[in-house]
Design a binder for this molecule. Structure first.
Ligand code: HH2
Length: 285
């Protein structure tokens, strides 16, 4: 049985997302020296804030601020280190943009500090591996993104293995989504994300992208992050992440067609256009 999402607007005390035209864009803001595609570009807080303002002006519906790269092989950044990077940027953005700011972290203390600073959403790439995250989202009534990852960023690409990647990822996400609901997070505030590139081979990523229908018919909205990722480099032969924009555009258009609600991207101006067109061309099945 398919579970269909009926309401188009998700509203909570400190934010609002309107899905009435279809998919919306989340802009990536990495306040890091080493992210895979834009590392160092926005490590300086003023440059980070400037980029956040630009993404909002370009049509991002959400800005996702992160203080730790989770690219394959990366090392964790301490809680204090993440807080020092992201909080000044979040404080400045909250004053100057009217779109919700999301905090990309799996660390409870970072999420708590970010919400205190005005962030309105939690993006947890470990899908509540720290259960306090679920309590926090419920208490503060903020949406939460639950992402699937096999292993940890340090080791995840060494030898990812699944019997049936789509079923296993889906089952994991549904169990974490139920856990979030048990904590008291409303169903419409939960976004599930199969985690492209997080403990997945090229073939695993392709199976997930071809099998998106199973994720979008769960009754939970789906967020997807394909932007500039290495599977696009593998398919196009483009080594440099910044050369992967057209490849990203193809994946974004097909995600929209499949019914994804949020695409997480680096190239906001370009992908806002892709999403606008794809939203209109989407054929209801
Ligand atoms: N991908 C990255 C980081 N956070 N969050 C969600 N929900 N989904 C994703 O696919 C996702 C994510 C990796 O991309 P990026 O932030 O650009 O790179 P890095 O981890 O090197 O900072």
């Amino acid at each position: 049985m398919q579970d269909v999402i009926c309401e188009h607007v998700v509203e909570w005390p400190r934010g609002r997302l309107d899905f009435s035209t279809g998919c919306v864009v989340m802009g990536v803001l990495n306040v890091t020296p080493d992210s895979f595609s834009d590392g160092g570009q926005f490590f300086d807080p003023d440059r980070a804030v400037g980029h956040g303002l630009q993404m909002a002006a370009d049509g991002a519906a959400i800005i996702d601020v992160g203080g730790e790269s989770t690219r394959p092989g990366s090392a964790p950044v301490s809680t204090d280190g993440q807080i020092k990077r992201v909080i000044p940027v979040i404080e400045a953005l909250v004053k100057n943009v009217d779109v919700p700011i999301s905090i990309d972290t799996y660390r409870y203390e970072v999420a708590e500090a970010a919400l205190e600073a005005g962030a309105a959403m939690i993006n947890d790439i470990t899908a509540l591996s720290d259960e306090r995250m679920g309590q926090l989202a419920a208490e503060q009534q903020v949406p939460v993104v639950l992402m699937h990852m096999q292993g940890t960023p340090a080791t995840m690409q060494i030898e990812p293995k699944y019997e049936d990647v789509v079923s296993e990822v889906l089952e994991f996400l549904l169990s974490r989504a139920r856990r979030a609901e048990d904590f008291g997070v409303a169903k419409n505030m939960i976004f599930i994300d199969p985690g492209i590139g997080f403990g997945k081979t090229l073939e695993h990523n392709l199976l997930i992208l071809r099998g998106l229908k199973r994720f979008v018919t769960t009754g939970y909205r789906v967020l997807l992050g394909t932007s500039r990722k290495s599977f696009i480099g593998r398919l196009t032969g483009k080594e440099k992440p910044s050369d992967r924009i057209f490849g990203t555009a193809a994946s974004v258009a097909l995600c929209v067609a499949a019914g994804v609600s949020i695409v997480r991207v680096h190239d906001v101006a370009e992908m806002v256009d892709v999403v606008k067109v794809a939203n209109k061309l989407k054929i209801e099945k």
